[in-house]
Design a protein around this ligand. Structure first.
Ligand SMILES: Cc1cc2nc3c(=O)[nH]c(=O)nc-3n(C[C@H](O)[C@H](O)[C@H](O)COP(=O)(O)OP(=O)(O)OC[C@H]3O[C@@H](n4cnc5c(N)ncnc54)[C@H](O)[C@@H]3O)c2cc1C
Length: 599
């Protein structure tokens, strides 16, 4: 499965002076609360840290930057080890200071916390939360470490790391606690907050023959993704990951371990379904609905190149004539990529169709391509399917790269198409939900014009599985009952525009792209997304796959749900223990999360 390629070289592009500009944060004015750093008067003593370490059974770890070994000795075994493994997302996830993204131009840079608590259970987490609250520490939470925005990374903080809490348990008939006979028992799976999606897919699908809605990238953390909203390849059929949440165990800022669901703390339960990670508490366990597994999962692929701009517009027009009638349904998700060089790459997936049905669905488009005199075929388009049960089965799976480290879990592997993202350093990134009305009649030509115009600046990926218009009614209704921006249910796709280089971790010893090229890249993303925003003035953007510098983040990430999220935040975290970049309530805090700006 081909996924987005962030490392694509970007040609010199014409520049327009336009926003979204990089906004300055308000200067810290009257500070009601300031958190302490190492060296500050209130910083805990060595004895205080020792007491915390004793209370959590020795789970408090020293933490060094990912490439600290290379900074002290480039020939050391430790430096060679990190260099050899840095393209393995599971290795990065296993490091206390590991981040799957190596930073963002003018945005954030990976930097280790002062201490990391490798939590084993909710009691460890509660001990860390209480310690941080009482000592006025900056607290940060990390699961799978896949935040593009760097929200699981905060220097001078205490990090709660959930990696070790990764047990996965299936249930035949789960009833959320306290819901009694209000909720029908349903098949489900519980996972520790540090589990990755591949851990759930292994238990639920490969071994269990059922389906759970999670993320596309196998090493993404379960808690981070559910709190993002969360989309996987088959979300057009099953909805968002957040919509499948039945119950969670959460440690809130007061140190209480709460079991939240539709019947207990329902507002907090709603907020963690898409309200953004690291903002409401520390999730320690999640229970998600499972579904009957379709017999087949499949894919369609191919790469075309138009011989002229006019031919490319005709190709886009033909695709958007074809898409609504043949592919706009719960069966088809994932992407097409619209390239600056007039390329059109198909990288889509299907569920519930066998190989013949998949190919048949594409036949009208493939025939049109074959007959088009001005379209070159770079990779012959085709479609196929395989038994769904083996989709995430690493045995014999040529699309997956296994984690070959000694002692690695045998089911751990990542999609080959995700390789370029491992350790990426972002120059620019944005996403825009595209409303389904753009597929209708005369609107279609506006869509084609905007996509063509955007692609002149930067490749545009359309992720059909991340817009839920066309999904089954129950999947839409369940997502409407989450905190995700409601525009997602009326969007046929999420457009993602991104570029970068990498990996480029501090201390790694790599020379970055020159600043002018990197900034030109960032502007190209802004310019491309501006072309789309021109036809979607009230666009929403997916919180976890969005522009670090989005000035309208409250509205774009959550739409009309933002005031309710703020109210939940006030109730469960009035003193802002859980603050992340562009997270709910973060407008009241300095960029580093150390100083409260206003009440
Ligand atoms: C390579 C890559 C591929 C991706 N693919 C997809 C995809 O297919 N679909 C999709 O929808 N998204 C995708 N994303 C985005 C991803 O879902 C989000 O970045 C998600 O938040 C990552 O969760 P994590 O636990 O891996 O990351 P982390 O960086 O550990 O956490 C992300 C955020 O959640 C918070 N958090 C983590 N664990 C907890 C917890 N237990 N309690 C409270 N807060 C917590 C962190 O504090 C942080 O703010 C991808 C990202 C990357 C880098």
């Amino acid at each position: 499965m081909q996924r987005r390629n962030l490392l694509k070289a970007v040609a010199a592009l014409p520049l327009l002076a336009l926003s979204p500009a990089r906004p300055a944060r308000p200067a810290a004015t009257a500070t009601a609360l300031r958190r302490v750093r190492p060296g500050d008067a209130g910083w805990p003593t060595a004895g205080d840290w020792q007491k915390l370490n004793d209370a959590v059974g020795g789970a408090l770890l020293p933490v060094h930057a990912l490439f600290s070994a290379c900074e002290s000795d480039r020939n050391s075994a430790a430096c060679k080890d990190v260099l050899a493994n840095i393209r393995n997302p599971f290795y990065i996830g296993d490091q206390p200071a590991g981040t799957q993204v190596s930073g963002w131009l003018d945005g954030w840079t990976p930097a280790p916390s002062a201490y990391v608590l490798r939590a084993r259970n909710s009691a460890d987490v509660a001990a860390a939360v209480n310690f941080a609250r009482e000592r006025r520490l900056r607290l940060v939470v990390k699961g799978g470490a896949h935040s593009y925005q760097g929200t699981s990374n905060a220097p001078d903080s205490l990090l709660v790391w959930t990696r070790a809490m990764n047990q996965v348990t299936p249930h035949d008939a789960f009833v959320p606690a306290g819901c009694g006979d209000k909720v029908k028992p349903t098949a489900a799976v519980s996972a520790g907050a540090g589990a990755m999606w591949i851990d759930l897919y292994d238990v639920v699908t490969t071994r269990g023959g059922r389906y759970v809605q999670g993320g596309g990238c196998t090493s993404v953390g379960v808690a981070g993704l559910v709190q993002s909203g969360g989309f996987g390849s088959f979300s057009k059929g099953f909805g968002s990951a957040a919509a499948g949440l039945l119950e969670a165990e959460v440690v809130t800022a007061d140190g209480r371990v709460r079991t939240v669901n539709a019947c207990a703390d329902p507002d907090l339960f709603w907020a963690i379904k898409g309200g953004g990670g690291g903002s409401f508490g520390v999730l320690t366990r999640l229970t998600l609905r499972t579904h009957e597994l379709p017999q087949f999962f499949g894919a369609a692929w191919g790469k075309l190149q138009a011989q002229s701009d006019d031919a490319f517009r005709r190709l886009l027009a033909r695709f958007f004539e074809f898409y609504p009638t043949s592919l706009f349904n719960p069966r088809w998700g994932e992407q097409v990529k619209i390239g600056s060089d007039n390329t059109f790459e198909i990288s889509m997936v299907s569920q519930g169709l066998d190989a013949r049905q998949s190919t048949e669905a594409w036949r009208p488009f493939f025939e049109w391509i074959s007959a088009a005199p001005d379209i070159d075929i770079l990779d012959r388009p085709d479609a196929g399917a395989k038994p769904a049960r083996h989709w995430w089965d690493i045995a014999g799976n040529r699309s997956m790269i296994p984690d070959k480290r000694a002692g690695a879990a045998p089911h751990h592997g990542w999609w080959e198409g995700d390789q370029d993202q491992v350790g990426a350093f972002l120059h620019g990134y944005d996403s825009v939900w595209l409303p389904v009305t753009l597929l209708e009649g005369a609107q279609r030509s506006r869509l084609v014009d905007a996509l063509f115009a955007a692609s002149r600046y930067q490749e545009v990926e359309l992720h059909f599985n991340k817009g839920l218009a066309g999904a089954p009614a129950e999947a839409i209704a369940a997502t409407a009952d989450t905190a995700i921006n409601p525009v997602v249910t009326a969007a046929f796709a999420l457009a993602i525009i991104a570029n970068g280089e990498g990996p480029l971790y501090p201390g790694m010893g790599r020379t970055p792209a020159d600043a002018a090229t990197a900034h030109a890249d960032a502007r190209a993303v802004d310019q491309a997304s501006a072309q789309l925003r021109r036809i979607v003035p009230d666009a929403g953007s997916y919180v976890s796959e969005s522009n670090y510098f989005n000035a309208a983040w409250q509205q774009e990430f959550w739409g009309k749900n933002y005031p309710r999220l703020r109210a939940v935040k006030e109730r469960y975290d009035p003193d802002g223990l859980f603050i992340v970049h562009h997270g709910v309530g973060s407008e009241n805090w300095s960029a580093d999360g150390f100083a409260r700006l206003r009440d």
